[in-house]
Ligand binder design. Structure first.
Ligand code: PEP
Ligand code: MN
Length: 311
C-alpha cells in the first residue's frame, strides 16, 4: 500500500542523481598526469638499488633533525637493523618558532652522507628554498618537500629539475586536488619520480597534532599511479599513537611509512614527543609484519581495472 502512495506522489530524481555524478577523471581533470590511465597503472620510483611503489614495502626512518654524527649514525644502524631502507633527517628545518633549532644546513647534509656511507641506507632530507636545491640534491637520494612548502611552486619546479625523486608532503590545509596540482607541476617539469606523503591535516580536532587522513591514502591508491607514503609521526604528534597509526597506514594501502626515531626522544632537538626510541621502533616494525603480508596478498589479488564513477 505504502509503495503505491509513494509512487503516486513522488517523482524520485533517479536520472538527475545520475547526472550529477562525476568521474574521478572529471573531478581531478586539472591534473591528468597524476591519475591512472590505461598506459600508466603504477609508477616505480628508483632509489639506489630498490624501488618505491612496487611490491616491496618501504620504510623511511630517522630523527626529525640531524643533530650530531653519533645521534645520526646510531639511529641509522638501528633503523637499518630493524628493516628500514631509507634514513630520514632534516638539515634544513622549517620551524614554527624562529627561536627553535633551524638545522645544521650543509654540516647536516655531510652527516647524512657519512651515515649513508656507513650503512648503505638511502637519504631523504628536506629542501626549503629553490637556491638550496643543487646543494641538497648533491647529498640526498630523495628530496623532501615539506608540508609548509607544498605550494611553493618555484621550489617545486627547481626540485623537479634536479632529477632526484621527490617526496611531496601534503600541506596541512591542502585538499587532495591541491596535492595533485603540486605533483602535476613536478611531472610537468620532466620528473616522473614523485612520491606522495600523507602526514595529517588540520581539522577542528586538536587531541592529535593533525588528523590522519587515511581516506586520502585509499583514494590516492585507487586513482593515482604515484606511490604514497604514510607519516604516522607528524599525523599523531604523540609517540604512543604512532604504532596504531603506522598499522592503519599500511592497512589503508600505503607503499611505505616515514617514522621519526631518536636515540633519546625526550632530549631531541625537534619533534621528540612524537619520536620513537630504538626499542619501540623495533617493536613497531615487528608488529607491522602481518599487515604488510596482508597488503602483499591484497596487491596480488588487485588486477588493474578502469576507474569508476564517483557514487
Ligand atoms: C618533517 O618531516 O620533519 C617535517 C617537518 O614534516 P612536515 O613538513 O610534514 O611538517
Ligand atoms: Mn619532524
Amino acid at each position: 500500500m505504502w509503495r503505491s502512495v509513494i509512487s503516486d506522489t513522488l517523482t524520485l530524481p533517479q536520472i538527475g542523481a545520475r547526472g550529477v555524478r562525476v568521474s574521478w577523471q572529471q573531478r581531478f581533470a586539472e591534473t591528468p598526469d597524476v591519475l591512472k590511465s590505461s598506459e600508466r597503472h603504477r609508477t616505480l620510483v628508483p632509489v639506489l638499488d630498490f624501488v618505491i611503489g612496487g611490491e616491496a614495502f618501504i620504510t623511511m626512518a630517522g630523527p626529525c633533525s640531524v643533530e650530531t654524527d653519533s645521534q645520526l649514525l646510531s639511529t641509522a644502524r638501528q633503523v637499518r637493523a630493524a628493516g628500514a631502507q631509507v634514513l630520514r633527517g632534516g638539515a634544513f628545518k622549517p620551524r614554527s618558532s624562529p627561536y627553535s633549532f633551524q638545522g645544521h644546513g650543509l654540516e647536516g647534509l655531510k652527516m647524512l652522507a657519512r651515515a649513508r656511507n656507513e650503512t648503505g641506507l638511502a637519504i631523504v632530507t628536506e629542501v626549503m628554498t629553490e637556491d638550496d636545491v643543487p646543494l641538497v640534491a648533491e647529498y640526498a637520494d630523495i628530496l623532501q618537500i615539506g608540508s609548509r612548502s607544498m605550494e611553493n611552486y618555484t621550489l617545486l619546479e627547481r626540485a623537479a629539475q634536479s632529477g632526484k625523486p621527490i617526496l611531496l608532503k601534503r600541506g596541512m590545509v591542502a585538499t587532495l586536488a591541491d596535492l595533485f596540482r603540486s605533483a602535476q607541476i613536478i611531472l610537468d617539469n620532466g620528473n616522473p619520480n614523485v612520491i606522495l606523503c600523507e602526514r595529517g591535516i588540520r581539522t577542528f580536532e586538536t587531541a592529535t597534532r593533525n588528523t590522519f587522513d587515511v581516506a586520502a591514502i585509499a583514494l590516492i591508491k585507487l586513482i593515482s599511479h604515484l606511490p604514497v607514503i604514510a607519516d604516522p609521526s607528524h599525523a599523531a604528534g604523540h609517540r604512543d599513537l604512532v604504532p596504531a597509526f603506522a598499522r592503519i597506514g599500511v592497512a589503508a594501502g600505503a607503499d611505505g611509512l616515514l617514522i621519526e626515531v631518536h636515540p633519546n626522544p625526550d632530549k631531541a632537538w625537534s619533534d621528540g614527543e612524537q619520536s620513537l626510541d630504538f626499542a619501540d621502533f623495533e617493536m613497531v616494525m615487528a608488529s607491522l609484519e602481518p599487515y604488510i603480508a596482508l597488503r602483499e596478498a591484497a596487491q596480488a589479488l588487485a588486477a588493474p581495472r578502469p576507474m569508476e564513477a564517483v557514487g
